[in-house]
Design a binder for this molecule. Structure first.
Ligand code: MG
Length: 455
């Protein structure tokens, strides 16, 4: 991983780690590498107009023309980059981070975040002092474009509007004061659903419930579902790519389960297809996909890796356990509004409550924990771990994932920011998963103590 780009884009506290100078420099480097016609969009953060101006300056200074799409969700910009045949795009956003953060996500011509290799090239150019600037008469021009209506039409084209309209479905939306409020309510109402909203005014301070939807902060959505009798509730993150779903009883549905439900529906129509997901996703997804004769293509943790694997191999469905789902027939990136439309389609077809449909998905228990581990020992610890579990299936694509003979598994990954190793496990039931976590916490602690003695 580079020095600036993290799991998804470059982010930091505004005017400290993330400055307008950095935004301008990164945009100039990205623009000079990606091409002449670049989209720019921004989320609803208080600082986003300032950062947008820096990004626009950077792009113009190297001769790029800017298609300024204004405030909109990240997936809307991503779709439009590809739809308009642009060379790339820069989205000003810090996604679900708190309001004092900002950042950028950079897209390639295919409307997907640039690959890890391209991130490295952008950083290299930036740290070498940036690209050559354009002569005064070759500086680019800015054009404002209104793209939301085109995007909404494209999402609606993916589902059966007539069928959904005929069902009288109701949907409750918590757009979290973020840019989803510009898109999601309109998509739902165009599909003929009754739409109820909370935190639906743009506010860069995210006063409603913060910019990251979690089961704990979606109380207002739960109340809204109860008050309106909604069939489906959705909470969106700050830039509208990730969403958390709630059933008609106000129960939050984990990303794994909503992905399984959508995979079950999609593979029912397209049996044998491949679904892409990260190695931290539940085995329940694999059970569902296998049932339809399909296959799971596992990748490293991170939405960019899922999207890029879809593009490279032509796979049409992907997702992450944290509530990001990529529906390739529309566009292979995480998209909260697209997920909402698909769920309305599924509810309209199946004519049963969401809670029942979710209850039919495979049931596994998951748990997370962590073990303190000095940064300088992390690599050594992960390197030695496979030697301690001889005879079991070990995958070292991203950290170390050990799969037991009964299908239960544990994934151990070093934290990028703290002196800890994180443990993720899944098994048939609570007791089994607690047992696995306990076993590996002990194994790791012993290993770390041994290494401390020898250093
Ligand atoms: Mg996001």
């Amino acid at each position: 991983m580079g020095r600036l780009f993290g799991t998804n884009g470059v982010r930091g506290v505004l005017n400290q780690e993330f400055t307008v100078e950095l935004a301008q420099g990164l945009a100039a480097s990205a623009g000079s590498l990606l091409g002449k016609e670049m989209a720019v969009g921004r989320d609803a953060r208080t600082s986003s107009p300032m950062v947008r101006d820096a990004v626009v300056s950077g792009l113009l200074s190297v001769g790029c023309n800017v298609h300024d799409m204004g405030a909109l969700p990240t997936p809307t910009l991503q779709y439009m980059v590809k739809h308009l045949g642009l060379d790339g795009g820069v989205m000003v956003t810090a996604s679900h981070n708190p309001p004092q953060f900002n950042g950028v996500k950079v897209m390639a011509a295919d409307g997907v975040e640039i690959s890890r290799a391209t991130e490295d090239r952008v950083e290299e150019l930036y740290f070498k002092g940036g690209p050559q600037l354009a002569a005064w008469n070759l500086v680019g021009v800015v054009r404002e474009v209104d793209v939301v209506e085109t995007y909404i039409g494209a999402v609606i084209d993916q589902v059966d509007r007539k069928l959904i309209s005929s069902r009288g479905l109701k949907v409750a939306l918590d757009t979290g004061n973020g840019v989803s409020c510009l898109v999601a309510p309109r998509v739902a109402s165009r599909l003929g659903a009754g739409v109820y909203t909370v935190n639906a005014e743009l506010d860069g301070g995210f006063p409603g419930r913060g910019s990251e939807p979690t089961p704990e902060n979606l109380g207002a959505l739960r109340d809204l579902i109860e008050a309106t009798g909604a069939d489906l509730g959705i909470g969106f993150d700050g830039d509208g790519d990730r969403s958390i779903i709630m059933d008609e009883k106000g129960e939050a549905v984990w990303g794994d389960k909503s992905l399984s439900l959508i995979a079950d529906w999609y593979l029912g129509r397209h049996p044998g297809e491949t679904v892409v997901t990260s190695i931290s996703t539940s085995k329940g997804l694999e059970d569902v996909v296998n049932r339809h004769g399909g296959r799971v293509h596992w990748v490293r943790v991170g939405s960019v890796d899922v999207s890029r694997a879809m593009v490279e191999n032509g796979y049409l469905l992907g997702g992450e356990e944290n509530g990001g789902i990529m529906y390739g027939p529309h566009h292979p990136v995480r998209d909260g509004a697209m997920v909402m439309a698909l769920l309305l389609q599924i509810l309209a077809e199946r004519r049963r409550p969401l809670s029942e449909l979710i209850a039919e998905q495979p049931i596994y228990s998951k748990a997370k924990d962590k073990v303190e581990c000095p940064n300088e020992l992390k690599l050594e610890v992960l390197g030695r771990l496979p030697g301690l579990v001889e005879g079991l299936e070990v995958d070292t694509m991203d950290g170390v994932k050990v799969t037991n003979r009964d299908g239960s598994w544990i994934l151990i990954r070093p934290s990028g920011t703290e002196p800890v190793c994180r443990l993720y496990a899944e098994a048939r039931d609570e007791e089994a998963v607690r047992g696995i976590i306990g076993e590996y916490k002990e194994k790791l602690s012993r290993l770390i103590e041994d290494l401390k003695q020898t250093v």
